[in-house]
Design a protein. Structure first.
Lengths: 281, 335
């Protein structure tokens, strides 16, 4: 979870090796099923993408090819990773559509993306992600462009599917409320760094980083009605002109002298991690 | 609710129909007897709503429910197909030129996308200062001071007057959009998803600004949003729209505590809340029907868990169900 410019999408893209040049991974490693994805050849990555690791993007009308029928796009994804007869691939595609709750999947297979609503298109995108039974799905704000009622359906379906198949899910979002009801664990990002991780209950009920606290206080809700919200002051710093030391110190009301130096990520008892010199009590 | 003798704004049977024309090919086909007729879409199908001065009315609905079209009709950007808009008791059709001008200036709109709604080639001085000078509210000589004063009111340094939109962040741009609306001294501000594009921490700042300006300038807001949390925070009354119609109107606290219409109930159940723990989403069945072919009877019946035979035949009307509350549902009449 993070606000715009916090680097959450780039993190997701980096795992799949989808960062456009001149962007590149300069440091660190990505361990997936015991293999380091950094420095892997493009060919090896290609074998993983859409197969062991799948991605769902924010805008389904941008990720589905508008001039190809749904079945063409789905069967292509299956055959790219498995050598099976086309008829069998079609069956897999049909079953995937059924799994994500698309009514009359046989007819929908023959449709073009423009014939489907936004919610249906996103379901098709999810079905494509599920085709090859990935171990990990990275979902980059997949419900942001959708209406509340459709968003609820998609959240519900994705979670159920991942539970059934034992697939791990990284759900990238700017909306704390969405992940609160979905995630087992939350990592909060700010200005390119993970500033806090913990179980959902820990993050929502007992945030330690002043930024997480500020975010939770900024969410309008029943409790805030008729009152002023307590926003975080200032704005997200430009990554080009980050303040020295802790990137959040200019907006923080718990700044101390130590904040002139960047705080390291510390592991707290119980497994939470935190990047702050002076966490909330 | 204030019982002002003359409400600030009254919408009476407000309707907007968009027509898909037959087109050249269609006309030619018709010459050979194809019988292609223009297709009408009722984006807004008869809305009645009264807004008192100083009130904040939230309008909620999913995409395609016509909430933005209502906003654009009130702001005069889109024409009216049927019905009327009365401002301070006078219908827009009966206004004298002076009244019409006063109405046009009194109703200002703030748009969703702060990147698209500011001209990238104009300085803030011109974006904000153009309209008040053109309408004679300030002289050209005083323009700069006037704009600087307004910028400070919305929390931007006055020194920003000579900057271009690209030099600002999203939240700052939205503040400039607000400044532009305030520059002609409006009484009603129509906010169409005005905070939807902003990050949560920035959104909170802008929501606070809206409330401060309301207290300071006595503004009235029509706050259009798909975000129930934002609407619950800011509104006095909430209007729920579905497929071009109002399905429920209620004071905010009552609506959120005791929703009446099945659609409102479902929306509230789906509202993501900041509570840890897995939520069991009971999704609304099916999708928003196309306004091109609205279902017969109650437009919500295909998705409604409590639909009866009557709902499939007959469209319910918006009827009072309590003080200040109205709902359009047959179940209130015992189905």
């Amino acid at each position: 979870m993070g606000e715009s410019g916090s680097g959450k999408s780039i993190t997701g893209f980096s795992i799949l090796g989808l960062v456009d040049p001149p962007g590149r991974i300069v440091e660190g490693s990505i361990d997936f099923e015991g293999r380091d994805l950094v420095g892997m050849s493009e060919e090896e990555r290609r074998a993983l993408r859409g197969n062991r690791i799948a991605m769902i993007f924010q805008d389904p009308s941008m990720t589905l090819n508008p001039v190809l029928r749904i079945d063409t796009q789905m069967i292509e994804t299956v055959l790219a990773h498995r050598s099976i007869p086309e008829a069998q691939a079609r069956r897999i595609a049909r079953d995937a559509l059924e799994k994500v709750g698309i009514p009359s999947p046989d007819e929908r297979l023959k449709a073009y993306p423009y014939e489907l609503s936004g919610g249906m298109r996103q379901r098709v995108a999810i079905a494509i992600a599920l085709l090859n039974q990935p171990r990990l799905i990275i979902a980059d704000e997949p419900t942001t462009a959708l209406d509340v009622s459709i968003q609820g359906q998609i959240l519900h379906e994705v979670r159920t599917l991942c539970r059934q198949t034992g697939t791990a899910l990284i759900w990238i979002t700017h909306d704390l409320a969405v992940v609160a009801g979905l995630a087992d664990r939350i990592a909060v990002m700010y200005a390119g760094r993970i500033v806090e991780t913990g179980t959902t209950a820990e993050i929502i009920e007992r945030p330690l980083h002043p930024y997480t606290r500020g975010l939770i206080a900024s969410v309008p809700s029943r409790a805030t009605r008729g009152h002023r919200l307590k926003p975080i002051r200032g704005m997200t710093p430009s990554l080009i002109h980050l303040p020295k030391g802790c990137a959040f110190k200019d907006r923080c009301d718990r700044t101390i002298a130590a904040c002139d130096e960047a705080p390291p990520s510390t592991v707290l008892p119980g497994g939470r991690t935190l990047r702050c010199w002076n966490p909330a009590p | 609710m204030s019982q002002a003798p003359t409400p600030l704004l009254e919408l009476d049977g407000l309707t907007k129909t968009f027509s898909k024309p037959v087109g050249v090919a269609g006309h030619i086909a018709n010459l050979f007897g194809a019988g292609i007729a223009p297709v009408d879409v009722r984006a807004v199908a008869g809305i009645d709503l009264t807004v008192a001065a100083g009130e904040v009315v939230g309008v909620v609905g999913e995409s395609g429910c016509g909430k933005s079209t209502v906003a654009r009709m009130i702001a005069g950007i889109t024409g009216i197909s049927a019905g009327s808009i009365r401002y301070r008791g006078v219908a827009t059709g009966d206004m004298t030129p002076a009244q019409r001008r006063d109405f046009a200036l009194s109703v200002q709109m703030i748009f969703q996308d702060p990147f698209a709604s500011l001209n990238p080639r104009m300085r803030v001085l011109d974006i904000v200062g153009e309209a008040p000078v053109a309408h004679g509210l300030v002289s050209r000589a005083d323009r700069r001071d006037y704009v600087v004063g307004l910028l400070q009111k919305v929390g931007l340094p006055g020194g920003y007057v000579d900057r271009y939109p690209h030099q600002f962040s999203g939240g700052q741009r939205q503040r400039i959009g607000i400044t532009r609306a305030l520059a002609v001294k409006p009484s009603l501000i129509v906010c169409d998803e005005a905070v939807a594009a902003l990050d949560v921490s920035i959104q909170a700042q802008v929501l606070n600004l809206f409330m401060d300006l309301r207290d300071e300038l006595g503004l009235t807001y029509l706050f259009i949003s798909h975000n129930l949390g934002v609407v619950e925070h800011i509104s006095d009354r909430v209007v729920i729209m579905y497929l071009g119609r109002v399905v429920e109107i209620a004071p905010t606290a009552e609506l959120f505590e005791a929703p009446n219409h099945p659609y409102t109930k479902l929306l509230l159940e789906l509202l993501p809340v900041l509570e840890a723990g897995e939520r069991a989403y009971e999704p609304i069945k099916g999708e928003l029907p196309s306004p091109l072919a609205p279902p017969p009877g109650c437009a919500f019946h295909p998705r409604c868990p409590a639909a009866t035979e009557r709902c499939r035949r007959e469209a319910p009307v918006l009827a009072p169900i309590g003080p200040g509350r109205a709902s359009a549902c047959h179940l209130n009449a015992g189905a």
